[in-house]
Design a protein around this ligand. Structure first.
Ligand code: PEP
Ligand code: MN
Length: 357
C-alpha cells in the first residue's frame, strides 16, 4: 500500500528535530522544571508519559488523567508543542480534550493490531500528528500496518520512532537496534519522517551519544531523548535519563553531516569508489550463484545415495575455517558468522527442494 504522508513537524525545523522530556510525568513541578530547562536548549517538542506501559504490575504506572494538565501547562510556559503516549481510545479522547498537540503510539501497542485499530478509529476525522514507535519484535510489516491503519482513518501527519527491538539474549543495549529495519522503512517511504529514540535503545545514558551520532549519520530526521530534572530519583527509566543540562552538552557533541554536496572533486572520487563497489557486488552475486549451483549438485548426489542434507560436523568445519580465515582481515566474527549462516541456510533450502520437491 502507498502511504499518504505529510510532514508532522513544523516545516522550519532543522535536523536534528529534538523531542525531549521525562519518561513519566511525576508531578506538576517535575514536569514544569524539566521542560522549562529543556527549552533553554534546542528542544522542538516536549514529551512525557502519562500512562506508562510497565512490564510488571506494581511498578509506577503513571499518574494518568491529572498529568495531562501538567504537560499542557509546560507546553504553554515554553511555547513548545507537547506529545504523550496513547494506548487506548480513552487515552486518545482525553489527550485531545486536554489539548495535547501530537500523539505517539508506544512499542507495546504497535505490536497489537486490535489496539492500533482502536486508536485509528478514535482518530477518524481528527487532524493531529501521530508518531509510531516500532513494535517490540523486529517485524517491519507490523510497523507498516500501524501506519496503514492510521492512514485509513485519514491521519497523514505521521512519523516513525525507532526505539529498538526486544531480544531474549541481552546485548550491550537494552534493545537491539536492528538498524536494517528502519533503513528498509525509509527506503520504501522516503518521505516518512524518522526519529531515533536512543534512550529506549540503549537503556543507559552513557551510550546515548554514540547511538544518537549513528542515527544522524544514517540521516534520521530527529531524536527523542528522555530527560529528567533529577534522574537519580526518576520513577521510571532512571538509568537512561539525562538532566536538561547534560542533554544540552551532549547535543553539542553530535557531528551533523550533510547528505550530499556540490563539490565536484568529492563527487568524482565518490563515483570512482562506488563503481569499484558495484563491480565487487557483481562478483559477489556471480559467486553466490555458482555456490548455490554446486550446493544443488550436492543435493542431487545426496538424494541418489539417500544421505541427509545436514552434516553437523561439515557445517562446523566450514564456519570454523571461515572464522580462522577472516581473522586479521577486518571482518568481524559476528558478520562472518551471520553471513555464512545465511549462505548455509539458503543451501539447505535448495537441497531440500531437490530432495523433497
Ligand atoms: C517511552 O517512551 O517512555 C516508552 C514507554 O517507550 P517504548 O514504547 O519505546 O517502550
Ligand atoms: Mn521511558
Amino acid at each position: 500500500m502507498k502511504l499518504n504522508l505529510q510532514n508532522p513537524f513544523k516545516s522550519d525545523l532543522k535536523r536534528p528535530i529534538l523531542i525531549s522530556g521525562p519518561c513519566s510525568a511525576e508531578s506538576a513541578e517535575q514536569v514544569m522544571e524539566t521542560c522549562v530547562n529543556l527549552a533553554k536548549y534546542n528542544v522542538n517538542m516536549l514529551r512525557a508519559g502519562v500512562w506508562k506501559p510497565r512490564t510488571r504490575p506494581n511498578n509506577f504506572e503513571g499518574h494518568g488523567t491529572p498529568a495531562l494538565e501538567w504537560i499542557v501547562n509546560a507546553g504553554k510556559a515554553t511555547n513548545l508543542p507537547v506529545t504523550i503516549e496513547v494506548a487506548t481510545a480513552k487515552h486518545v479522547m482525553e489527550a485531545l480534550e486536554a489539548g495535547i498537540d501530537v500523539l505517539w503510539i508506544g512499542a507495546r501497542t504497535t505490536v497489537n493490531p486490535f489496539a492500533v485499530q482502536e486508536i485509528a478509529d478514535a482518530l477518524k476525522g481528527v487532524d493531529i500528528p501521530v508518531m509510531v514507535k516500532n513494535p517490540i519484535n523486529p517485524d517491519l510489516e507490523l510497523w507498516l500496518g500501524a501506519f496503514e491503519r492510521l492512514n485509513n482513518s485519514g491521519i497523514t501527519k505521521l512519523a516513525a520512532i525507532h526505539r529498538g527491538f526486544s531480544s531474549y539474549e541481552k546485548g550491550k543495549y537494552r534493545n537491539e537496534p536492528h538498524w536494517e529495519i528502519p533503513i528498509e522503512l525509509k527506503r520504501r517511504f522516503p518521505e516518512l519522517r524518522l526519529i531515533c529514540d536512543p534512550s529506549h535503545i540503549t537503556g543507559d545514558r552513557q551510550y546515548l551519544l554514540e547511538v544518537s551520532q549513528e542515527a544522524m549519520d544514517l540521516n534520521y530526521d530527529g531524536l527523542m531523548i528522555e530527560s529528567h530534572r533529577d534522574p537519580s530519583v526518576a520513577l521510571s527509566d532512571a538509568k537512561q535519563q539525562l538532566t536538561p543540562d547534560a542533554l544540552g552538552e551532549m547535543m553539542k557533541k553530535i557531528v551533523l553531516r550533510k547528505v550530499s554536496t556540490e563539490n565536484a572533486q568529492f563527487n568524482n572520487k565518490l563515483e570512482e569508489l562506488r563503481s569499484k563497489i558495484n563491480k565487487i557486488d557483481d562478483q559477489i552475486v556471480d559467486i553466490l550463484s555458482e555456490r548455490m549451483k554446486v550446493a544443488r549438485d550436492i543435493g542431487t548426489y545426496k538424494k541418489e545415495n539417500n544421505i541427509t542434507i545436514l552434516q553437523p560436523s561439515r557445517w562446523d568445519e566450514i564456519i570454523m575455517k571461515k572464522l580462522e580465515q577472516s581473522k586479521n582481515k577486518g571482518l568481524s566474527e559476528k558478520f562472518i558468522t551471520e553471513l555464512f549462516q545465511s549462505i548455509h541456510n539458503e543451501s539447505i533450502m535448495r537441497q531440500n527442494e531437490i530432495m523433497n520437491g
